[in-house]
Design a protein around this ligand. Structure first.
Ligand code: SAM
Length: 188
């Protein structure tokens, strides 16, 4: 549709489309149902690469099936581990990172991303990011633990050196029920 600001995920995808080029190496830090992974895999093309992490086996399994059915699995590396361990699997520089926090929709709502590991992963991703690279985080605050995570992330990104990074936050100001926000960190 033509709604520019439909929701945080839609805006994140619009931004990602402008940033990703063919052959980029990108990271989906929270694979979940694999929607973002598939979106990224299309954009990087045949010679690009997407790394995808999730702590839930079921998420990795379902995402794998989805990517296979879309004929995109050839450019995706799925890893059943926490994003706080990305440096154990990725040695290349990366161009873009997506976090879609919270719980797996349609899955176990008690398994959620946690502030400490999200921030540890973000720190590691910042180091691995290419110049002009982007980290994009969709943050949920409506579930138990969500507001704490949102606040901790905000506190962390606000302190990033402005000579090295541009940090922005997008909020839906007149929506009820804690709509997700978007945080972007662009490396200079
Ligand atoms: N981007 C996904 C999609 O398009 O379907 C949705 C992601 S869902 C909101 C959040 C996911 O993060 C869950 O599947 C959960 O298992 C995962 N998760 C929680 N902690 C994690 C961690 N430390 N490392 C990687 N994934 C984690």
């Amino acid at each position: 549709s033509n709604m520019l600001f439909k929701n945080a995920v839609k805006i994140s995808h619009d931004i990602i489309k402008q940033k990703i080029a063919n052959e980029n190496i990108v990271l989906d830090a929270t694979v979940g149902n694999g929607n973002d992974t598939a979106f990224l895999a299309k954009l990087v093309g045949d010679n690009g690469k997407v790394y995808g992490f999730d702590i839930q086996k079921i998420a990795i399994k379902k995402a794998k099936e989805k990517l296979k059915s879309l004929d995109l699995l050839n450019r995706v590396v799925l890893i059943n581990d926490g994003h706080e361990n990305i440096d154990k699997y990725i040695t290349e520089k990366i161009d873009l990172v997506v976090f879609n926090l919270g719980y797996l929709p349609g899955g176990d709502h008690s398994i959620i991303t946690k502030p400490e590991t999200t921030i540890e992963a973000t720190k590691k991703a910042l180091k691995m990011l290419n110049s002009k690279g982007l980290i994009i985080i969709v943050v949920y605050s409506g579930h138990k633990g969500g507001m704490e995570e949102k606040n901790d992330i905000a506190k962390f990104v606000k302190e990033l050196n402005q000579t090295k990074y541009t940090v922005i936050k997008l909020d839906f100001m007149n929506q009820i029920n804690n709509p997700p926000s978007l945080i972007c960190i662009e490396k200079k």
